[in-house]
Design a protein around this ligand. Structure first.
Ligand code: TXA
Ligand code: MG
Length: 344
């Protein structure tokens, strides 16, 4: 069903929680409506996690399979114990170190929230976002908010309100516009419901960050290898893939130039997805530029916007630069690999 999507443009300010737009958005959530909002990672599509009917609208709006559980956002850590059976020691340490922040922690659920939030699992993913608008909204509505990324399933996660509007206008009730998000890829997901914590999805909090606080962690096979059977239900779905094939090119500018030449000779139109430095080396004027090769955080924050632009361009092949899988580079390359069809 189509409906009007109400958009609130809200600038950062003191006492955001008293802003009439935040108050209205919070009221929407209390009424069981769906509201998209910015976080420090990507925009989320929120609904009251205690309201099964409200949560079902998230799945409908996104076209998301109902066996893929949602993560729950809270505005203060004090309320966490209402929703989990217990807080594992290592989870507690991670919360102290990284909340609010881009870290989702899977814990044993006490099954008090709406059943469809966890898709029948006995665990639940919780996160406290580090974003003024998100925190104000969560505090104002006084409810835990289930929120996956606010994109149509199969599209890159949204890093601007325009991305959300493009995908979901008419399918959701409200949208809080807080400008561009910071990290630009989704939160790190770590499962702390087992003895050794395991990273299910790399993100803004890096493996090194995590290990400096709780010691060794495992990494799910699905993160390391693309086609391994996934432990995080969401990882089994093809994500972030534009219609145009993307090849990740490991060599330097010479290798890239050679592949581009071959494709051009075959009558294909080629687009580069590269750092500023590589674009300069290639003298490519209309390349999609992610940022400086020496600033992995900047490259990461621009990736999803660039992937959305790929599909708007009339090209047959994208040649993307490979970056080091160090620090945030691990999340960057994880998302790029999911969007790509080949390594060259
Ligand atoms: O940064 C983020 O995490 C964004 C913002 C909006 O907070 N949210 C987000 O949600 O990316 P979503 O639903 O797109 O991704 C959550 C991931 C999915 O891959 C899901 O399968 C996994 O977490 N997940 C959720 N609950 C889980 C559980 N109990 N066990 C294992 N994986 C779970
Ligand atoms: Mg998502």
């Amino acid at each position: 069903a189509t409906k009007e999507t109400k958009v609130w443009e809200i600038n950062p300010q003191e006492n955001l929680i008293e802003d009439p737009s935040i108050q209205e958005a919070a009221h929407y959530l209390q009424l069981g409506k769906t509201v998209a909002f910015p976080t420090e990672t990507v925009y989320g599509l929120g609904a009251d996690a205690t309201n099964q009917e409200a949560v079902s609208h998230i799945f409908k709006a996104k076209g998301r399979p109902s066996d893929n559980p949602l993560i729950v956002h809270i505005g203060s850590r004090d309320v966490l114990k209402k929703y989990v059976r217990h807080i594992p020691t290592k989870a507690e340490q991670l919360i102290d170190a990284f909340w609010p922040g881009p870290l989702t922690i899977i814990m044993p659920s006490n099954e008090t929230l709406a059943e469809n939030v966890t898709a029948g699992l006995d665990t639940i993913g919780m996160r406290m976002p580090d974003h003024s608008h998100a925190l104000a909204l969560l505090k104002a509505c006084e409810r835990p908010i289930a929120a996956p990324s606010a994109n149509r399933s199969g599209k890159p996660s949204p890093t601007t309100a325009e991305h959300v509007y493009h995908d979901l206008n008419g399918r959701i009730d409200g949208l809080v516009d807080g400008g561009r998000t910071g990290v630009g890829v989704e939160s790190t997901v770590i499962d702390c419901s087992h003895c050794t914590p395991i990273i299910l999805r790399p993100g803004g909090v890096t493996r090194q960050d995590l290990e400096s606080v709780i010691g060794p962690v495992d990494v799910a096979p699905s993160v390391v290898k693309k086609d391994e059977s996934p432990r995080s239900p969401g990882m089994k779905y093809q994500h972030y893939a534009p219609d145009t094939p993307i090849w990740i090119v490991q060599g330097g500018a010479g290798r890239m130039r050679q592949l581009a030449q071959e494709a051009t000779n075959n009558g294909q139109k080629v687009q580069f997805l590269v750092s500023q430095e590589r674009a300069d080396e290639l003298k490519a004027k209309d390349a999609l530029i992610l940022g400086s090769r020496y600033n992995l955080a900047e490259l990461t924050s621009q990736l999803y916007d660039a992937l959305r632009q790929v599909d708007k361009k009339d090209v047959d092949l994208v040649l993307a630069e490979g970056f080091p899988k160090k620090g945030i580079g691990e999340a960057l390359m994880n998302r790029l690999e999911r969007a790509a069809s080949d390594y060259k």
